[in-house]
Design a protein around this ligand. Structure first.
Ligand SMILES: Cc1cc2nc3c(=O)[nH]c(=O)nc-3n(C[C@H](O)[C@H](O)[C@H](O)COP(=O)(O)OP(=O)(O)OC[C@H]3O[C@@H](n4cnc5c(N)ncnc54)[C@H](O)[C@@H]3O)c2cc1C
Ligand code: SF4
Ligand code: SF4
Ligand code: SF4
Length: 401
């Protein structure tokens, strides 16, 4: 029976919850705002399935990518996080009559995995959500669609993909998984849903209006900078816009350093404990494709160096390679392309003040100012500093040309 003694040893993938034959495991939120499985010993029949599907207890085999590529989809780049490779592959699956699973912001501002059968629905998955998404019954739904003979694309964090693969292997080893494709991304970590929900409420209080949308990373000003944009119903500030239906909506744009939620995420303060010891780095997720920001664009692919965004693509399987057909990508030197990008091999270190931050969170009066008090001014985390340094080197070269 699964028992969580060390919170860093559970990434919250829900594989154990979904596999339990007597449904005696539920996800429970801890005081830091992360969800963990809790098994009921009175109902447990001791089958051991929960332990066998856990990607932390029984990891998949490490792999090296077949190819490291760079590029983007000109059609999708604007509204996507990096180069829009995800919607490109999603469209192929939708075109074949398949379905796509991904993370979307719901109407109540929570982030959850949903199923999409059209590109209109897939559009909700585009752009990063810097919150651990709720999976609910997504693994079971993927299983059901595969049983119905449908092609399925599942996109998520590497630990979600690893959990899904382990769950499917155990749940249905006779099931043909050739119609399943999985896409993950270079992931340095996720904040918990509990903190995000509290923060959204504090923003609504601060602006005196209900939040109707959030873009955790808006590229209008620049791809290199992380701007966050909040949408509110009604007139929350001077940026209000009259809508066609006569109502008012307004948006608030902040640079990441000015927004305590984003600043603490970028500074790794609010990540899940497992992210500091990530169990699925180095290809351990079993995904077909791994996507990332091509931070070395100025050195690796100068023709795409226009601040619109570019993707680094790790082709892990032949199935993944087939999905990319028709997209113009270039093979890159792995060390150069991946060198500036955290999230592949190393986990980030636990920030010194993380414990203090979560210990006093519940007693914080005004959340915005409490969180602002933990934002480090000036010093950028190493992985972001590396990317900025690479960008500046490229810029210097261009000036000298
Ligand atoms: C929490 C998080 C941390 C990241 N850390 C890094 C990093 O350290 N280095 C790096 O290079 N790139 C990182 N990325 C990935 C990068 O920002 C892009 O998401 C990725 O390159 C895909 O870009 P795209 O333009 O192809 O996809 P888009 O069209 O923007 O699609 C986004 C995809 O990400 C999925 N997704 C978004 N948010 C979540 C979530 N919360 N949980 C699960 N799936 C989600 C969606 O389902 C969709 O498939 C991170 C992304 C997230 C969400
Ligand atoms: S051992 Fe079996 S019955 Fe018990 S919690 Fe795990 S999966 Fe459920
Ligand atoms: S990592 Fe996944 S399978 Fe393992 S205990 Fe946590 S939720 Fe369960
Ligand atoms: S860093 Fe690792 S454990 Fe954390 S969300 Fe990403 S894949 Fe999961």
């Amino acid at each position: 029976m699964i028992t969580i003694i060390d919170s860093a040893a559970c990434c919250g993938c829900t594989a154990c919850v979904n596999i339990c034959p007597v449904q005696c495991i539920v996800m429970r939120r801890d005081r830091e705002g992360f969800d963990y499985p809790l098994a009921n010993p009175d109902r447990c029949i001791g089958c051991g399935k929960c332990e066998s599907v856990c990607p932390v207890l029984e990891p998949l085999e490490p792999r090296r990518p077949l190819a490291v590529m760079g590029g983007r989809s000109d059609e999708f780049v604007e509204e996507s996080a990096s180069g829009g490779v995800f919607p490109y592959v999603a469209r192929r699956v939708i075109g074949n009559g398949g379905v796509v699973f991904g993370a979307a912001v719901e109407d109540d501002m929570t982030v959850a995995h949903c199923e999409a059968g059209s590109m209109e629905e897939v559009n909700r998955f585009r752009g990063p959500k810097y919150v651990q998404s709720e999976l609910y019954a997504a693994f079971e739904d993927v299983h059901d669609r595969l049983c119905e003979g449908m092609e399925v694309l599942f996109s998520g964090t590497p630990c979600q993909v690893a959990g899904l693969r382990k769950y499917l292997d155990k749940k249905a080893h006779e099931l043909d998984l050739s119609s399943l494709v999985t896409v993950d991304f270079a992931c340095h970590g996720v904040p918990g849903p509990g903190l995000w929900e509290k923060y959204a409420v504090s923003m609504e209080r601060a602006y005196g209006s209900g939040m109707t949308g959030v873009k955790f990373r808006d590229k209008k000003r620049s791809w290199f900078h992380y701007d966050v944009v909040y949408e509110f119903a009604g007139s929350a500030d001077g940026n209000s816009v009259a809508r066609d239906d006569g109502a008012c909506s307004s948006s608030v744009r902040r640079k990441y350093v000015e927004d305590p939620y984003m600043a603490l995420f970028v500074q790794d303060m609010t990540l899940r404990p497992s992210c500091y010891k990530c169990p699925v780095r180095c290809g351990l997720s079993g995904s077909d494709l791994t996507l990332a920001d091509l931070w070395s664009v100025r050195q690796s692919m100068p023709r795409l160096d226009d601040d619109r965004g570019a993707s680094l693509v790790l082709v892990n399987t032949e199935k993944g390679r087939m999905l990319l057909e028709g997209l113009v990508l270039e093979e890159l030197v792995p060390e150069l392309a991946m060198g500036n990008n955290g999230g592949f091999a190393e986990s980030v270190p636990v920030p010194e003040r993380r414990k203090e931050f979560f210990d006093s969170l519940d007693s914080a009066g005004d959340l915005q100012s409490y969180m602002s008090g933990f934002v480090r001014r000036g010093a950028l985390p190493k992985r972001i500093a590396r990317a900025v340094r690479a960008a500046l080197v490229g810029l210097k070269r261009r000036i000298m040309r």
